[in-house]
Design a protein around this ligand. Structure first.
Ligand code: SAM
Length: 295
C-alpha cells in the first residue's frame, strides 16, 4: 500500500463498504494500491486501484464509480432524460464531481450548453489526477463549472434549463438536501416548459421504501414521473435506479424522442445505453411495480 487508508474498512487488501443504509450485507473489492485518501471539507475521498474493477472512487466509505462499470450509470442517468426531451439544448448537472455525467451529456448532438454545480472542488481535482477516463468530461467546451451547493444554486435559477440531472451521492452527508421535497420543487421552477429532471434514486433490492419515497416526492411536483434502472455490479445489490419527472403531459417514458442508430452508438462510443435499453429500463420487476403502485 502506497498511502495509508484512513478508513477502517480495509482488511487484508479487501475494501468493504460499510454504510448504515444497507445493514446486514455488503460488497467488497480486492485492492491493489491505495492511490489517494484524504478528508476534504465535505467528505473523505479515496481512490484505489483494484484487481478486478480498475480504479475506484470512494466517498465517505461508499463506492461512487469503478472503471469497469461506470459507463452503465453515466450513460443511463444522462441519456434516459436527454433522449426523452424534444430539444435538450441547456442542461444542468448537480454533483457529478468525477466528470462522467458531463462526459456523456456533452456527446448528445442537441446539447449546446451544460452548467455543472459540484459542492466539493477536491473531488474534481482528484478525479482529474487519478480518474482521467471520467474527468475528460470537464474538457468539453460546452461545459461551465460552478463550485457550490446544488440546493443553494437552485434557489436562484428559474425557467432556465431543459434538463436537470442530479448525480449526487447517497442521501447521507452533503447530498441530504438533494432528496427533499423542497429541492424537487426548486428543480421544477428552474426548468423551462416541458423540462425533465433525472435524479439518482436508490436500489430496489436494498431499500424499496427509499425508492418509493423519492418517486412520491417527484410525483408531488411533476405531472409525469417514473422510476427506471440500470445494472451496475458495484452498486449495492448490483442495481441503481433513477427517478425521472417531466413537465410534458404527453411524455411516454419508454418511448425516446431521440432514437440512436447503431451508427450513433458507435460514433458516441456508447457501451450501455441504446434505444432498446431505454425501453427496458422502465420495465420493473413485479414486486417493484406492485410496491410502487401501493406506496
Ligand atoms: N454516481 C455516484 C453514486 O451514485 O454513487 C455519485 C457520483 S459522486 C461524483 C456525487 C457527487 O455529488 C460528489 O462529487 C459530491 O461531492 C456531490 N454532491 C453531494 N452533495 C452535493 C450538493 N449538495 N451539491 C452539489 N454537489 C453535491
Amino acid at each position: 500500500m502506497k498511502k495509508q487508508l484512513k478508513m477502517n474498512s480495509l482488511k487484508k487488501n479487501w475494501f468493504t463498504e460499510d454504510c448504515e443504509m444497507w445493514p446486514g450485507g455488503t460488497f467488497s473489492v480486492e485492492v491493489k494500491e491505495v492511490l489517494y485518501s484524504e478528508q476534504s471539507d465535505y467528505q473523505e475521498i479515496t481512490v484505489f486501484d483494484t484487481t478486478k474493477f480498475g480504479k475506484v472512487l470512494v466517498l465517505d466509505g461508499i463506492i461512487q464509480c469503478t472503471e469497469k462499470d461506470e459507463f452503465a450509470y453515466q450513460e443511463s442517468i444522462a441519456f434516459l432524460p436527454l433522449c426523452l426531451h424534444k430539444n435538450p439544448e441547456k442542461v444542468l448537472i448537480v454533483g457529478g464531481g468525477d466528470g462522467g455525467v458531463a462526459r456523456e451529456v456533452a456527446k448528445h448532438p442537441q446539447v449546446k450548453e451544460i452548467l455543472q454545480v459540484e459542492i466539493d472542488e477536491k473531488v474534481i481535482e482528484v478525479s482529474k489526477k487519478y480518474l482521467p477516463f471520467l474527468a475528460v468530461g470537464f474538457e468539453s467546451p460546452k461545459l461551465k463549472l460552478h463550485i457550490g451547493d446544488g440546493f443553494e444554486f437552485m434557489l436562484n435559477h428559474k425557467n432556465e434549463f431543459d434538463v436537470i440531472i442530479t448525480d449526487s451521492s447517497d442521501p447521507v452527508g452533503p447530498a441530504v438536501s438533494l432528496f427533499r421535497d423542497h429541492y424537487f420543487q426548486l428543480m421544477k421552477s428552474a426548468l423551462k416548459p416541458n423540462g425533465i429532471i433525472c435524479s439518482q434514486a436508490g436500489t430496489v433490492w436494498n431499500d424499496l421504501d427509499l425508492v418509493s419515497n423519492i418517486l412520491n416526492i417527484c410525483k408531488k411536483q411533476f405531472p409525469k414521473a417514473a422510476y427506471a434502472y440500470a445494472s451496475v455490479p458495484t452498486y449495492p445489490s448490483g442495481q441503481i435506479g433513477f427517478v425521472i419527472g417531466s413537465l410534458d403531459n404527453d411524455i411516454v417514458f419508454d418511448k425516446p424522442e431521440r432514437v440512436f442508430t447503431e451508427e450513433d452508438e458507435k460514433e458516441m462510443k456508447l457501451r450501455y445505453y441504446s434505444s432498446e435499453i431505454h425501453k427496458a429500463a422502465f420495465v420493473l420487476p413485479t414486486f417493484v411495480r406492485q410496491h410502487l403502485a401501493k406506496n
